[in-house]
Every structure is written in C-alpha cells, then in structure tokens.
Design a protein around this ligand. Structure first.
Ligand code: PRE
Length: 361
C-alpha cells in the first residue's frame, strides 16, 4: 500500500502557505499604493490604469508559471490581484451596455477584473458619451461577432469620436432561451438584442416558427422583462438568467457553436508599446480604380500583417469609402510609421484609433 499523507498534515501545510500568500499579496498591494504616490508626484493623477504594464505582467506570469495550474488560470488570479491593487490606487469607472448581466459587463470584468466599478448605460452611443465627457474613464463596446460580423453602430461612432482604443477582449457567447414557462409551446414572444436574435436565427426558425421576435436594447433587459411576464422568452446569457431569476428552457441556442464577440476598451489614454500590440486605423479614400490596392500596398511593402479590413460608406461624399483596418504592431514601430507616412499621400484621411496590447485572457 502506498503511503498517504494524513489530511491534517496537508491542511497544516496549506494553512502555512495561505499565510505566506496573504502576506505577499498585501506587500504587493502596499507597493501599488506607493506607485500611486509616485504617479501623483509626477503629475499623473487623472488615471492610474496602465494597459501596457498590465499586459506585460500577465504575459510574464504565463511565461513563469510552473504548473500544475494552467497558464490561463494563473493569469486570471493575477488579473484579479492587479484589479484589487488598482482599486486601492483609485477605483476605475467603466461604462457598459446595461443593465447588469450583459455580455458587455462580462467583457469588462474579464478585461479589468472584478474590482472595477461597472456603470450601466443603455446604448453604445451612451458608452461613447460617458467616456468623452469623462464621467467614466473607460467604456467597453462590442466591435465584431464571429457569426454576425461587425457591429456597425460602434464602427460608425469611431469616425467622429476623440476616444482611443486601449485594449481588446473576446468573449465566447453562449445564448440561452429563458422564460417563465414549462415548455416552448407556451412562448408567445421572444425578446433580445438585435445581434443576439440574428445569432440564433436558424434555431428560432426551427423551434419557434411564427413566434414574433422583438428587439430590445440588450439581452439582459430582455431577461428582466421575461422575468416579469409569463410566456415572454428572452435570449440571454446564463448570468442574466441568474440575476433576474428566469429559468433557462434551452441552453446553447446560438447557430454557430464557437460564437465569439470581440470587444474593445475605449478611453482617453494611449497605451505604450508592449511588443505584442495591435493598431486600429480608420482610412478614408475616394472610390477610384486601384484605391484599395493603394491602401494595401504600403502595408505589404513594410511587412505589416493586417488582421482585419472592413469597408463602410462614409456618409460624407457620395463615393467616399471608409476602411476600418487592424494591423499587427504599435503605432510607434518604425515600419508602421513609414507605412502610414507613405499611405498619407494616397488617401483623404488616416485616423489612428489606438494601439493596444493583444488580448491575453
Ligand atoms: O505599475 C503600475 O503602474 C501600477 O499601477 C501597478 C499595477 C499592478 O498592480 O501591477 C496596477 C495597476 C496598473 O494598471 C498597472 C499595474
């Protein structure tokens, strides 16, 4: 028989380690408070959050992690630890598409940790306004979904906004049908956000044919209404079902099983280079032959990889086009400055929406 260590002995060892961890995390928190004093002394009082530094800390933790915890689990611990340390310096206010329980709020917590103060607003427009007016230091907005493509209200709002993109985060979106009903035959109407209804279109056509679908501002709002009315169903995430106490009738009704939404963090802060960054650009050009080639060519010449390109009518002139482009690298990288310089003579406008660390969690 193999020797097993008695439970009491193992628990004693755990108690000793917990005490050491407790001391160490508080030592770290005291250093963060010291960092705040240093930042104030150098006149950086307005916002203590540093997306570039946080990215470097989390990447280093993943590199150093000896296991058996997975790299992602270790990074999530440190995500929460930094979030708590930052809250000691100054709690962050982050605007999201409310009410409580939306995927946008989930994205905010995934990116900033749970010590931030999330502020619910009702539209994407209001998220931008909250950041522009500095009522909130940051906002989280959906930008693209793997099933439905780009979120046009977000892209269009970037055209005139002075805010910068300073981070990105992706969330796996699982939709559920929830209602105060015992089975699908009792459902008289389905409510959800426009994007969520679109992401479940095939399922709805198959399982609830002829049942009217109504758009509301968010899927959490749909869950809130469904909680109060018998037979009204909502499509929303599990967290919304828990918060508003609506029973889930069917889990995972999204048409694509890997349905994922990418969100960006907007603020009035530039993120410094971390060596693993992305830069988002808005480029406007006249619609002449070779216009798109003219945009792509400088990126190819300087070996810059493009991760996204999206075109939208500019609404300014009849034939002007806007391109939303994501490239690998930071705007301060030499290759990128050279490419943008060459590009500037070929297009009517280049706006750098921001350089930011690639998503880590
Ligand atoms: O290094 C800093 O500037 C800090 O404020 C410390 C710290 C951390 O806890 O490591 C906290 C918040 C910042 O967003 C980045 C890092």
């Amino acid at each position: 028989m193999t020797d097993v260590i008695p439970l009491s002995e193992l628990r004693n060892q755990i108690d000793v380690i917990d005490q050491q961890i407790l001391q160490l995390i508080n030592q770290r928190a005291s250093l963060a408070e010291e960092v705040a004093r240093t930042k104030i002394a150098s006149g950086e009082e307005s916002c203590f959050y540093r997306p570039d530094r946080e990215a470097l800390v989390l990447r280093r933790i993943k590199e150093l992690n000896p296991g058996p915890l997975s790299n992602d689990t270790a990074a999530r611990f440190f995500r929460e630890l930094m979030s708590a340390c930052l809250a000691l310096e100054k709690p962050l206010q982050v605007a999201f598409l409310g009410p409580e329980g939306t995927f946008t709020q989930q994205a905010a917590f995934k990116h900033f940790g749970h010590a931030v103060c999330t502020v619910p607003v009702t539209t994407i427009e209001e998220i931008f306004q909250a950041v522009e007016s500095r009522d909130c230091q940051f906002g989280v907005v959906p930008i693209e979904n793997s099933t439905e493509g780009v979120v046009t209200p977000t892209l269009d709002r970037f055209v005139a906004s002075p805010v910068q993109i300073c981070g990105e985060v992706a969330i796996r979106i699982e939709h559920n049908l929830m209602a105060n009903a015992t089975d699908l035959s009792q459902i008289t109407e389905v409510l959800s956000h426009r994007q969520s209804l679109a992401q479940c279109r095939q399922w709805l056509d198959k399982h609830l044919p002829g049942v009217p679908c109504t758009e509301v501002n968010s899927n959490a709002e749909a869950a809130k209404i469904a909680a109060a009315k018998q037979g009204i169903a909502a499509i929303a995430g599990e967290i919304a079902a828990e918060i508003y106490h609506v029973p889930i009738l069917v889990h995972g009704i999204e048409d694509q099983s890997d349905n994922t939404t990418r969100f960006v963090i907007i603020g009035q802060l530039a993120s410094a280079s971390t060596a693993e960054d992305k830069t988002s650009l808005l480029i406007s050009t006249k619609n002449h032959a070779g216009a798109l080639y003219g945009i792509l060519e400088p990126f190819a010449k300087y070996g810059i990889s493009m991760t996204k390109i999206e075109s939208r009518p500019s609404r300014q002139g009849l034939w002007d086009y806007l391109f939303f482009i994501d490239i690998d690298g930071h705007q301060t990288d030499k290759d990128i400055t050279s490419a943008l310089e060459e590009l500037s003579s070929r297009v009517t406008m280049i706006k750098i929406l921001g350089s930011y660390p690639k998503a880590i969690l």
